[in-house]
Design a protein around this ligand. Structure first.
Ligand SMILES: [Fe+2]
Ligand SMILES: [Fe+2]
Length: 292
């Protein structure tokens, strides 16, 4: 059994966001593909994070290690809060014309089927694999100015930065629970291969369907501009694909990629004395599973 080698206390922070009444429909750099892809990604989170919570919570009574138990409690609190906030922005995106509710329903059905039909250990292995996805995307957002500049809506950027920060903070928790219960390397890597297909396949399909519902996507000039902008886009880079593939190596652990410097930097920028999220975190408020 191995517990995360970065013993960082994990706690849930209740953060409130308020989106402007009038938001540019293509709120990600006025770009068609990116706006639809980020919306379809956001639409997965509420049901996806509920699945993560259930998969990890199922084993919480089997965890003897105190430090890991405490991290699990923080992980659950954070994921519940993320799901809640993404549900709010998804409702806003639905009003703007993105089919987020259909995508939420589809995610609920698919993950519900996996949870009921597959062995519990498989659900946990898929959770650990998807947590590698979220942590990799999160680290990119926190470390790459170009990735942040694309999110031109200030409020959406704050939401994504907060979510990214906490994803990096708890990136090893589901993985450590999987190891703690004796999950095999073969199943872990196999679960990631299935996850690549299911996650990327469904994201591409949902983004296409979402674009088909958008009249602007039928403008050939805008569409061509959006396709050509994918070149040089850090969200579609080889480095990102390489980072995702590190999970396939036997013996891999999420803490191998040291992200402590990102947590230090963004802790000050988001939650420090003059942090941009300070006015949005209610004082003396601790979420379930959080630390005071
Ligand atoms: Fe999350
Ligand atoms: Fe997470």
């Amino acid at each position: 059994m191995s517990v995360s080698n970065v013993q960082h206390p994990i706690r849930a922070r209740r953060v409130r966001f308020s989106y402007p009444l009038t938001m540019n429909r293509h709120y990600v750099d006025d770009d068609l593909i990116m706006s639809h892809a980020i919306s379809m990604l956001s639409a997965v989170f509420p049901e996806g994070e509920e699945f993560f919570v259930k998969s990890v919570r199922h084993y919480s009574d089997d965890i003897a290690d105190e430090a890991l138990r405490s991290q699990v409690a923080g992980f659950i609190g954070q994921e519940i809060t993320h799901g809640r906030e993404h549900r709010e922005i998804n409702a806003r995106l639905q009003d703007m014309g993105y089919p987020t509710w259909a995508r939420e329903r589809f995610t609920k059905r698919s993950l519900g089927l996996v949870y009921r039909a597959a062995p519990q250990r498989m659900s946990l292995a898929i959770t650990a694999a998807l947590e590698h996805y979220t942590a990799t995307f999160a680290a990119l957002l926190l470390s790459e100015p170009k990735a942040r500049e694309l999110i031109t809506s200030a409020e959406v950027r704050k939401l994504l930065l907060w979510h990214a920060y906490e994803e990096v903070e708890h990136k090893a928790v589901a993985f450590d629970v999987y190891r703690h219960i004796g999950g095999s390397e073969t199943l872990r890597i196999w679960a990631m291969r299935v996850t690549h297909l299911a996650f990327l396949g469904s994201l591409c399909a949902a983004t296409t369907v979402s674009m088909l519902c958008d009249r602007a996507a039928y403008n050939p000039v805008r569409l061509a501009r959006s396709v050509s902008a994918l070149r040089g886009n850090p969200w579609f880079s080889r480095d990102l694909a390489r980072e995702l593939r590190t999970y396939h190596r036997r013996g891999f652990h999420p803490d191998e990629n040291d992200t402590t410097h990102l947590l230090e930097r963004w802790s000050a920028e988001l939650f420090g004395d003059n942090g941009v999220l300070v006015p949005r975190v209610p004082r003396n408020r601790t979420e379930p599973g959080g630390h005071p």
